[in-house]
Ligand binder design. Structure first.
Ligand code: ADP
Ligand code: MG
Length: 633
């Protein structure tokens, strides 16, 4: 095939513009990106040759970097898998990665500072070559094929592709440097020692040798000799002694090796030599991925055996709810050519996973104790995961016990986060239960009429503002032998003498109003299971209680949102006998249970009770009419 001129795909062109027009402030990163691609290509070759014996030969894998001041170029070559013509077009001329288009749209809308942050999140990969080069040539030959391909571009929208001769497999990339990177200014990427420094800085733990050739000056008239040296230490960070690794090295590792865009919140470096030998280097990122709780989030750890990369995103180590943990596991007890299916059944993987889980929980407990601020930072990002962990431990008391002390809730005390232990510690002697209330946020809960009484008695309430909270509490059932009691549930009552007295009075009133309550229930219909008098309200006229055992109103909403409309809360309408509206109800009842005035008041009270709970009544227009009628009467 002859040389062909082709256009970059539109998105590619935009990304190129972005990269080149220096949103990327760090000009040095191009080398790291190219070396990382070369290393990936060597990994791919190795994995391919496990099954395709034709590819296996005895050439040692290597990456070569050659800066040249005379031609003002820097060349990066590898003897990895290489690319076919189609692969070059698809991988280099196109942005195939999903999400890239969205990413570019976001960048376009963002301010400059925000754009910087965004692009930091996104590896620019191969295109970073155009940060420093005015022209890039790529020569490549796919392993197992005979034909080479040459790709050339100045990064301005077009590229050229043609067949070429190449005597060995792999890829060679020649960057023709822009003048400002060749000399006197800040950068000189034709300087061999400068490049050596960059390789050491960014690519030290690349698993393949990155070689350079150095000219060693001879004495007097002797010719200089050439020495080829491997510049990177190749020693994977996780194999080194913990005490010798700086926090900065760890941070760099997670950023570059695991494509994190910021330093992690917490790092776990674990070495174990028990029944199964392994090293794990894990982290909790600072921020949760936006899709962390969605099915398109790809969780999992990288897997290595004897420092050799086996696979990415291995999901079998950690349970679902720990999906936010990132990192790698390296174990000599796992064979090199292990498949995902074998891995799932592997006892080694199970043993390692269990140990890691335990370790993570232990360290989180320690963080809570020793560094409260950091733990709260963790909680705000990943608290939901811990709650899901509790929810998943429905049939596993041991797992639940290891998690319950990590839980945090906002409470009515001061709106700050509190652990359950802290809440229990503050409970007055007379309080027997842990009070909680669900709502969409703390303000919504504070407005609940049921809160008034607790506020009055100085009792603290846990705020359940996340839809998973109520489910979590349900599974927990109790903490330190204190049961959780929702202030909006049937059966809620306060334990103090004063409250018990009020309760007895209300029961007396109820006895003499059995007919009224029965008729209110009849007027409302089957939406409520029962109508009762209550002692849980102070100034409020009505509230809804939900039946014990079944879902609450907010759980019902959650189920409905998950297309599970069958899980319905049992509703009990509660009336405050000390409120003026109760007297009104009595007087209208005297007109007869079928009197429209009586029925209207009953259904209006029910609709209002729903509204208080944040539930839209079935016929809001009807409610509006009745209320305006009442207001203008
Ligand atoms: P990423 O490495 O994240 O996939 P890059 O932009 O760095 O993105 O590279 C794009 C693609 O180009 C790679 O996925 C790979 O398929 C191909 N590629 C880049 N460099 C090489 C190389 N040296 N050898 C083989 N393929 C390469
Ligand atoms: Mg890359």
């Amino acid at each position: 095939m002859s040389a062909e001129k082709m256009q970059f795909q539109a998105e590619t062109k935009r990304l190129l513009d972005l990269v080149v027009n220096s949103i990327y402030t760090n000009k040095e990163i191009f080398l790291r990106e190219l070396i990382s691609n070369a290393s990936d290509a060597l990994d791919k070759l190795r994995i391919e040759s496990l099954t395709n014996k034709d590819l296996a030969d005895d050439t040692a894998p290597e990456i070569f970097v050659i800066p040249d001041a005379d031609t003002k170029t820097i060349t990066v070559s590898d003897n990895g898998i290489g690319m076919t013509r189609d692969e070059v077009i698809n991988n280099i001329g196109t942005i195939a990665k999903s999400g890239t288009k969205d990413f570019l749209d976001k960048i376009r809308e963002a301010s400059n500072a925000a754009a910087q942050e965004l692009i930091g999140q996104f590896g620019v990969g191969f295109y970073s070559a155009f940060i420093v080069a005015e022209k890039v040539e790529l020569l490549t030959r796919k392993a197992g094929t005979a034909q080479g391909v040459k790709w050339t571009s100045d990064g301005a929208g077009e590229y050229e592709i043609e067949d070429c001769d190449k005597d060995s497999r792999g890829t060679t990339i020649i960057l023709h440097l822009k003048p400002e990177f060749c000399g006197d200014d800040e950068y000189n990427f034709t300087d061999i020692y400068e490049i050596e420094r960059l390789i050491k800085k960014y690519s030290d733990f690349v698993r393949y040798p990155v070689k350079m050739s150095f000219e060693i000056k001879g004495k007097e008239e002797d010719e200089p000799t050439i020495e080829i040296r491997t510049v990177n230490s190749m020693k994977p960070l996780w194999t080194r002694n913990k005490s010798e690794i700086t926090r900065e090295e760890y941070d760099d590792f997670f950023k570059h090796q695991l494509h994190e865009w910021e330093a992690p919140l917490e790092i776990f470096h674990v070495k174990a030599e028990g029944t199964v030998e392994y090293t794990a280097l894990l982290c909790i990122p600072k921020h949760a991925a936006p899709n962390l709780y969605y099915s398109d989030y790809e969780a999992g750890l990288q897997l290595y055996s004897r420092h050799v990369f086996i696979m990415d995103k291995c999901k079998d180590f950690l349970p679902e709810w720990l999906r936010f943990v990132k990192g790698l596991v390296d174990s000599p007890d796992l064979p090199l050519n292990i498949s995902r299916e074998i891995l799932q059944k592997s006892t080694e993987v199970k043993v390692i996973g269990k140990a890691l889980e335990k370790n993570i929980l232990k360290q989180l407990g320690k963080m809570l104790k020793d560094d409260r601020d950091k733990y709260e930072e963790f909680w705000r990002e990943f608290g939901k995961s811990i709650k899901l962990g509790v929810y998943n431990s429905m049939f596993d008391t041991k797992a639940r016990d290891s998690l319950k002390d990590l839980l945090m809730f906002q409470t009515s005390k001061d709106g700050k986060l509190s652990t359950l232990a802290e809440y229990v510690e503050r409970m007055p002697e007379s309080q027997k239960q842990i009070y909680c209330a669900a709502g969409k946020d703390s303000a919504a809960i504070e407005r609940l009429p049921q809160m008034e009484l607790l506020r009055d008695r100085g009792l603290e309430v846990l705020y359940l503002t996340d839809p998973v909270d109520e489910f979590t509490i349900d599974v927990l059932h109790e903490y330190a032998e204190k049961h959780f009691q929702s202030i909006t549930r049937e059966g809620f009552e306060l334990d103090d003498a004063e409250s018990q007295k009020v309760k007895a009075e209300v029961e007396e009133i109820a006895k003499t109003h059995e007919d009224l309550l029965k008729d209110v229930k009849e007027a409302i219909g089957d939406d409520v299971k029962e109508v009762r008098l209550t002692s849980r309200l102070k100034s409020g006229a009505v509230c809804l209680a939900t039946g014990e055992g079944g879902p609450s109103l907010s759980m019902e909403k959650t189920f409905a949102a998950m297309n599970n409309p069958l899980f319905k809360a049992t509703q009990i309408l509660e009336l405050n006998p000390n409120h003026a509206v109760f007297a009104k109800l009595e007087s209208l009842h005297a007109l007869g249970k079928d009197a429209p005035e009586f029925k209207d008041l009953c259904t209006t009270l029910y609709a209002l009770a729903l509204l208080i709970e944040g539930v839209m009544p079935e016929n809001p227009a009807d409610l509006a009419n009745k209320v305006t009628d009442l207001l203008t009467k």
